[in-house]
Design a protein around this ligand. Structure first.
Ligand code: BES
Ligand code: ZN
Ligand code: ZN
Length: 503
């Protein structure tokens, strides 16, 4: 990963390839820009007027060889109206400028963005946001393209400038925090962007087992062990695939011994063709992303271990493909999973996520965690309801849901709640078994959650449907085309807040 440094100093003295100064609306410079202007003979104001640099958000202008400076170029980055700035806008500014200078051939750059005033934000928050923006914004998945852009990629270090030496310590710890968060998010993106022929259940198991920390224990069950454990719902979905399933259990004891863990459960469908209820061909290739829930869980473990987060975590990942082999499970089949007292009628083999999650949730609940949060690309209906801007949030615990919503607003990894009224449970009643795996056309995201709710017992539970947010084929401000890492920053920030909250 690219190096991030913090430093206190003046803009005109920096020797980096580029110095980035914010420009507010109406051509107002901030502190460091004003200082640079005084040092360099006031060339900036006339330049700004002549060249119509208004400071509009996201627009930038590069000045080369400004007299009195030691840098090749001064980049004036439009930050818009200071009153309207948010931490997320800061992330976007950092991501935009890092991408621009990276492809422009700069190696070392310094950013004077932390002096921007953001309402209710500390210096720590701002430096964290800037670092996240840089590291998330620069992410690319180009390992399968030999020559793509590689020659243009030069960025080696980014120095985040602060106004006073007294701020260095706080800024450094913000960078460390953000680096761990970005590491986890980009790890999740890497896993999910791998194609289905590489990222198989076995591959996910190996990636999980490769996570290393003295307090982390990872168990990867193979098909035989899954059979012995009685994880029969996972096995049912796996019947149509030639590849073995995996059931991954991660235990991280970063907190007090004996404290109940937070359980994180993630759907790990490495390719979802729909099974016998086969999907249409259009965009079916995107179903390699059907393991983004498991990628989010692994990304969170990666970051939590990286920052030695003081909390106990339990991770549970059921993983298989959903294909159409000769022994594939069929519509009409009735199965009993790990929770044997509930019989499930399969009416559509494409509603497989809830099937494998039923085993994982029941398994997690049996271990009495403090709460369960699951991540799943569960329903196309959620894409229709919320699009790419928010993950669907459902669950049984008001406090947990409220805190996830708050975390979503803080991280901009946003969630929106859908109701789980008792009446919706009617829709998954079966004529021949206890429940069926589809609930009809109406409220598809909610009835999927109703199905899951049958397997969590009375453990406080929240469900995140990330079907619309987990990947984005247009790309977003912070994410290249492909997997976004949705859910990672959301839940990491939730966990960090939980650790820091007085008991
Ligand atoms: N993995 C899909 C959900 C999905 C679809 C996510 C499109 C992202 C984009 C899931 O396994 C599925 O196929 N769900 C069905 C359920 C239906 C048969 C009740 C769906 O949403 O169509
Ligand atoms: Zn499906
Ligand atoms: Zn699926």
């Amino acid at each position: 990963m690219i190096e991030i440094k913090v430093k206190a100093g003046h803009a005109h003295k920096q020797r980096d390839d580029a110095v980035v100064l914010p420009l507010l609306d109406n051509r107002k410079l901030t502190q460091s820009g004003t200082a640079l202007q005084q040092e360099t003979g006031k060339t900036l104001p006339s330049f700004l007027k002549k060249h119509d640099c208004t400071g509009e958000f996201g627009k930038s202008r590069t000045l080369y060889d400004v007299a009195g400076t030691f840098t090749q170029r001064v980049l004036l980055l439009g930050a818009g109206e200071e009153k309207k700035l948010t931490l997320h806008k800061l992330r976007i500014l950092a991501a935009t400028v890092a991408r621009k200078l990276d492809s422009g051939g700069a190696r070392d750059i310094s950013l004077f963005l932390s002096e921007l005033h953001v309402r209710n934000a500390s210096l720590f928050d701002k430096v964290q946001a800037i670092t996240e923006g840089v590291l998330l914004g620069l992410y690319r998945f180009d390992k399968y393209q030999q020559n793509k852009d590689k020659t243009n990629r030069r960025l080696r270090s980014v120095t985040i400038m602060v106004t006073s030496r007294r701020d260095l310590k706080q800024a450094e710890s913000a960078v460390t925090r953000a680096q761990a968060i970005a590491l986890g998010t980009n790890f999740a993106r890497d896993l999910a962007n791998e194609p289905g022929n590489v990222c198989t259940p076995e591959y996910l198991g190996r990636q999980a087992a490769a996570l290393s920390h003295p307090q982390l224990h990872v168990t990867v069950m193979d098909k035989h062990e899954i059979q012995t454990a009685g994880l029969n719902a996972l096995l049912a979905v796996n019947q149509g695939s030639a590849k073995e399933p995996r059931f991954i259990v991660l235990e991280y004891q970063g907190g007090t011994e004996g404290d109940a863990a937070v359980a994180l459960v993630g759907k790990g469908l490495t390719f979802d063709a729909g099974g016998i209820s086969i999907k249409p061909g259009h965009l079916m290739e995107e179903m390699k992303f059907d393991m983004c829930g498991s990628a989010a869980v692994l990304g969170i473990f990666k970051a939590a271990t990286e920052m030695d987060l003081s909390i106990n975590l339990l991770g549970v990942i059921p993983s298989t493909e959903n294909l159409l082999g000769a022994s594939a499970y069929k519509p009409g089949d009735i199965i009993r999973g790990y929770k044997k007292d509930i019989s499930i009628e399969i009416q559509n083999t494409d509603a497989e996520g809830r099937i494998i999650l039923s085993d994982a949730l029941a398994y997690a609940a049996e271990r009495n965690p403090a709460e369960i949060i699951d991540f799943a690309t569960l329903t196309g209906a959620c894409v229709i309801a919320l699009g790419a801007q928010a993950s669907g949030l459902m669950g049984t615990d008001e406090k947990l849901k409220k805190r996830l919503k708050e975390s979503g607003d803080e991280t901009y990894d946003r969630v929106w709640e859908l109701p789980m009224y008792e009446e919706y449970q009617e829709q998954i009643k079966s004529d021949i078994a206890d429940i069926r795996n589809i609930g009809g056309r109406e409220a598809g995201t909610i009835t999927a959650a109703c199905f899951l709710s049958r397997f969590v017992g009375d453990i406080p539970w929240a469900h995140l449907d990330i079907a619309g947010t987990a990947w984005n084929m247009k790309g977003t401000d912070l994410s290249a085309k492909g997997a976004t890492g949705a859910g990672v920053r959301l839940v990491l920030n939730y966990l960090i807040n939980k650790v820091n909250r007085p008991k």
